[in-house]
Each structure stands twice: as C-alpha cells, then as structure tokens.
Design a protein around this ligand. Structure first.
Ligand code: ADP
Ligand code: DP6
Ligand code: CO
Length: 330
C-alpha cells in the first residue's frame, strides 16, 4: 500500500488561460497570470495497492460514476506511466470549494491530486515537474502548485509549459478578492468544452490571442511596481475580452447571468464613487472583486447592501500545494 495526501488552494486568473493548442498535453494558446487564494481548496488522499482491481474516485464522500471517474483515471494513467508504478488506486477528495461552478475546483482538485500522487509514490518531483504534471490534469491546476502571483509560461511542448511564481516582494499580502457567489451549482458548459468551442468557432478568438500578451506585460509591470489601479484595470479588461469571445462562438454562449451583470454593475458604481475595486469572472456566473486589503472590509460592507452575507466570501492570498499526513501508516 502506498498512501499520499495533499492540499491545494484554488487560484483565480487575472489574465486568463482561454484555449488550447494541444488538447492531450494541455498546452495553452497564451500565457496566463493568477493569484492563489486562501478561501477555497481541495484535500485529496490517494492509495495505490496491488489489491485493487480498478481505480475508484470518491468526491466529498460519494463514490463517483464512470464518467466523473474518467478524468481522474486518465490522470492516474499519466502518473503510472511517468513513475512506472503500475497499481490501481483509490482517490478520496474533499472540495472546500463548489465543484464545477467557475470557482476553479479543477485547479485545486488536480493540483492536490498531483501532490498526493507525488507523495504516495515518493516521486520527489520538483515544483516545476509538479506543475507540468498538474497541467495535464487541468490547465489552471499548474498554477496552484505555488502561492501568491503565478504565471503559466505557455511553452510549446510538455517540457517547457509550466507555471512559476511571479516575484512581487509579498505585495499579494496587501490584496484581497471578494467572491460574489451568484450560483454555486455545476455549470452547463465546462471550461474545457467552452474554450474548445471558442477556439474552433469564435470569430473573435484571433483578436484574443493577439491582445493577451500585451495584458500579461501590463500585469507583470503592475505587480513589479505595486500599482493596484494598473493591475485592476488590466484584470477587468482581460476578463471582458475573454467573455466577448464566447459571444462570437458558434453556437454562441455566455457564462453571464442577470445577477452577474448586477454584480459587475455594482463594482462600476462603487468605483465611480471612489472605491478601488475591479471585477473578474471565469467560466461560470460568479463574480470576483479584486481590491486592496486595507479597503476590503469597507468594500465587503458595501457589497452587502446588494448581496446577502451567505453569497459573499472574503479571500486573501493563499499558499502553494502542500503535502499532509496520511491517516493510514505507510
Ligand atoms: P471549475 O470552474 O470548478 O474549475 P471545470 O469545468 O474547469 O470547473 O472543472 C470541473 C471538473 O474538475 C469536475 O467536473 C471534475 O472533473 C474536476 N474536479 C473538480 N474537483 C476535483 C477534485 N477534487 N478531484 C478531481 N477532479 C476534480
Ligand atoms: C476561465 O483549467 O478549468 O478559469 O484545462 O480544460 O481543465 P482545463 O480548463 P481549466 O480552465 C480555466 C479557464 C478559466 C481561466 C483561467 O483559470 O485561467
Ligand atoms: Co477549471
């Protein structure tokens, strides 16, 4: 029996990953840049054993069906191939984040699974190797190996597509992100399918790819100089450009709902009234408000005028993936 356990936090992209040039290896069309957060995370245990005759996957205590186990099984196959350790496994995962709702469960989920496998099989992977492995489970997971600001260098091969921390002199500790939970149920169009349809059919997609490098540079520069307004502006505008691509897809789609628009509008009104806050959204209806820690309580209270406290979650910068003690002795 080989047991391992790990915890990974979710990350929210300020400059989005949107589109793959290689579906199998998960190589992205563009670099992306994120902030790892402390409020949402996944804890995953894995046990490999000769006794098992198939892989099984429990999520939040529930044995998952064939379809939902498939992604995990494919990931375990990659681990088995890489480690040359050919035993089946039981994966038990707890999401402290709503699953598949656009709150980055695939990022924390697959980063935690990569960490648990590394621990169980004593692979001693470096952070770079862990990032490459997690990437092949879910692109955004390669960024959750690290805390704080992280950039995923797109690369052009399995070897050179991985994430690295962005030096910030601890500036992330001065920032906050308030989540406005519009809907925490699983979305209709997964991130994977949404970006695939967009790359294949959206007439705006080439413009997205052309512009994203400029946004990455602006974000890096803002982080280096600790320029909050510059980071906020590029975050919001990059998110709007990503979501614009879905409207020009065929068939067209959007992750926005009327309440997402209400939240975005509230952020604009607050900004006009002099509050320093900016929004971003991922593949889902939920809205995330980027602000500085010093203003976060005030902004939270202002948001409470429109949204009940149960729908608001305050998050600060989180740390990278870490291994945990397993309950069963190795
Ligand atoms: P999200 O916005 O939550 O990242 P995605 O559509 O990107 O949504 O991914 C959701 C998928 O990620 C789930 O359907 C499941 O396949 C996978 N996933 C989520 N949490 C876990 C977990 N803890 N362990 C393994 N896979 C997970
Ligand atoms: C909009 O990493 O969830 O959240 O690689 O297919 O698993 P797969 O997709 P995923 O895509 C995330 C898309 C995004 C933007 C981002 O996190 O960068
Ligand atoms: Co995801």
């Amino acid at each position: 029996m080989h047991n391992g356990k790990a915890r990974a936090f979710t990350n929210i992209a300020l400059i989005k990953y949107w589109g793959k040039k290689d579906q199998q290896l998960i190589l992205p069309m563009n670099n992306s840049l994120s902030l790892t957060l402390d409020a949402f995370y996944t804890e995953t245990s894995v046990s490999f054993s000769k006794k098992y005759t198939a892989d099984s996957f429990y999520l939040d205590g529930q044995l998952q069906d064939e379809k939902s186990t498939e992604k995990v099984r494919r990931f375990l196959d990659l681990v088995r191939e890489q480690s040359q350790f050919f035993e089946y496994a039981i994966v038990q995962s707890q999401n402290f984040v709503p699953t598949a709702a656009g709150l980055a469960s695939s990022a924390s989920g697959l980063a935690a699974l990569a960490g648990a496998c590394n621990d169980a099989l004593g692979l001693n992977l470096s952070d770079k190797e862990l990032s490459r492995l997690a990437r092949k489970g879910s692109g955004s997971a390669c960024r959750s190996i690290y805390g704080g600001f992280v950039e995923w260098e797109k690369g052009d091969s399995d070897q050179n597509s991985y994430a690295l921390p962005v030096p910030s002199n601890h500036w992330e500790d001065e920032l906050a992100m308030i989540f406005i939970l519009i809907n925490d149920k699983a979305k209709d169009i997964s991130s994977r399918n949404g970006m695939q349809r967009t790359v294949a059919t959206s007439t705006y997609y080439t413009d997205w790819v052309k512009n994203v490098d400029i946004d990455i540079k602006k974000a890096r520069e803002a982080i280096t100089t600790h320029d909050f307004q510059a980071l906020g502006e590029v975050t919001e505008s990059n998110c709007l450009k990503m979501h614009a691509t879905t409207l020009a897809a065929s068939p067209p789609f959007t992750y926005w709902t009327p309440n997402s628009l209400k939240a975005m509008n509230k952020v604009h009104t607050m900004r006009q009234a002099g509050q320093d806050c900016y929004f971003t959204m991922d593949a889902g209806p939920n809205v995330k408000v980027l602000c500085q820690k010093k203003d976060s309580q005030k902004i939270y209270h202002e948001l409470q005028k429109e949204f009940p406290a149960e729908q608001l979650v305050m998050a600060y910068a989180g740390k990278g993936m870490e291994t945990l003690e397993t309950e069963v002795a190795k």
